[in-house]
Design a binder for this molecule. Sequence first.
Ligand code: COA
Length: 164
Amino acid sequence: MEEGLVIRDATAADAPAIVAIGRELVEDGDTYVFPPATTDDELKAYWLSPAGRTFVAVLDQHPVGCYFLRSNYPGRGRHVANASYAVARRFTRRGIGRAMAEHSLELARQLGFQAMQFNLVVSTNEAAVTLWRTLGFRIVGTLPKVFDHPTRGQVDAYVMHRLL
Ligand SMILES: CC(C)(COP(=O)(O)OP(=O)(O)OC[C@H]1O[C@@H](n2cnc3c(N)ncnc32)[C@H](O)[C@@H]1OP(=O)(O)O)[C@@H](O)C(=O)NCCC(=O)NCCS
């Protein structure tokens, strides 16, 4: 793991950095369904929604990644967690995504969730699919051509799941 990396609850002061990370996702357009016209307010509402908990991965006091943990469904689905993750482009491949994922799995366990489910892992997102597999997630379903990839056209997405 990246030396000096701290993962902590996000605060309102982290919003600009989180929005900047989200902006890269919108620009790349190959991992999340955010449309190109997504506004900063929409990114903020997604990543800092009161429906869950937001964490930031911080290096030298600057957020370089973030994740958002929530119930996958309310009510009778509330024992299954769901999470979204993003690492700033220039900090990828340094173990930050893995550190956040491990942090989220441990937190989800502590909160009493019994499983973690990802509903739309784009099949061409090699980084995510590889990372989730190495953390014990299985592909439990393939959604045919549900994601409109900016360069590859409509591609499949996976539902990935693991018990906690
Ligand atoms: C997916 C994401 C969170 C991974 O974060 P990261 O910090 O780059 O990942 P890590 O450095 O912790 O990598 C962990 C492992 O994932 C795999 N991995 C990461 N990037 C990869 C890539 N580009 N190609 C193949 N495997 C990759 C490797 O197994 C890697 O382990 P290794 O470095 O020992 O080989 C990051 O790439 C990201 O934010 N992508 C855009 C948003 C996104 O896709 N979010 C997830 C949606 S389901």
